[in-house]
Ligand binder design. Sequence first.
Ligand SMILES: Nc1ncnc2c1ncn2[C@@H]1O[C@H](COP(=O)(O)OP(=O)(O)OP(=O)(O)O)[C@@H](O)[C@H]1O
Length: 309
Amino acid sequence: MPAILTIRDLRKSYADGFEALKSVSLDIEEGEILALLGPNGAGKTTLISTVCGIITPTSGSVTVGGHDILDDFRAARSLIGLVPQEINLEPFETVWNTVRFSRGLFGKSRNDALLEDILRKLSLWDKRKNRIMELSGGMKRRVLIAKALSHEPRVLFLDEPTAGVDVELRKDMWEIVAELKASGVTIILTTHYIEEAEAIADRVGVIAEGKLMLVEEKAQLMARMGQKQLEVQLTEPVAVLPDALAHHDLQLVNGGGALVYTYDTRGERTGITALLNDVAQAGLVLADVQTRQSSLEDIFVGLVSGETA
Ligand SMILES: Nc1ncnc2c1ncn2[C@@H]1O[C@H](COP(=O)(O)OP(=O)(O)OP(=O)(O)O)[C@@H](O)[C@H]1O
């Protein structure tokens, strides 16, 4: 799949000198869902706002569908839909007018059938004549999505779509995102919720202190999550790994005082029994054993705290 969005060496320093983005590079493929995870203040909104032309980058480049966001702003921006974090709707306007005006702002010709389709998909059709002020918080969030889709963007940014919403609405949002993907829209969403990234993303990016620390297929991250480590502490340290243990995936740690064995919990066999037999055969005596499972949360916390996961 070709990249629909290309971000190269993007940097943003705010007027007070604060460096909110430090050389971010990223390619986003057409039709994928990318979740950007990061703690408060990591730079997620700055990244999205820069791509959407709300913030001017200090350096670097961004292209959307081949259009540069600075040199060819209108063409680039017309391919993007943005669902912001804050609800920024006109309270006295009706749902229908809100969505219709938004399409008009992008200079697109009137297309009531398309808007009807969008509102129906978002379960807002029955509310089309209601004023925004008469809607629940969850419905307002749906209107934000309808508004962002009104000019038929190919890339949709959702900035923390489920922050502060109840569990039911969160699940609804996930379904909406899945349907949008099925209709061919590329989706980039920011979130604090690791389970949200697990539930809906094809790829997961972790951003911390303005840097993109990792971008990886969710399936690969999940495979990493499936890994467990067994640490075998020895009564007497050894200088080198005995030959009899060479065929096991082992690391000697703690100055030779412990062996770390990494295994896949999803495999049919973990290999632990064979390993412990071989350890005994090699004449090593166990003082203690413990296991540790790495999760996406471990990986995330390790990355954002500057430690390796
Ligand atoms: N206009 C500004 N001037 C100076 N610093 C700013 C400005 N806007 C944002 N920042 C700083 O840039 C950093 C990144 O902010 P940003 O809003 O991009 O983070 P975020 O990852 O979206 O956070 P959150 O998850 O809390 O929404 C923060 O330290 C923030 O204080």
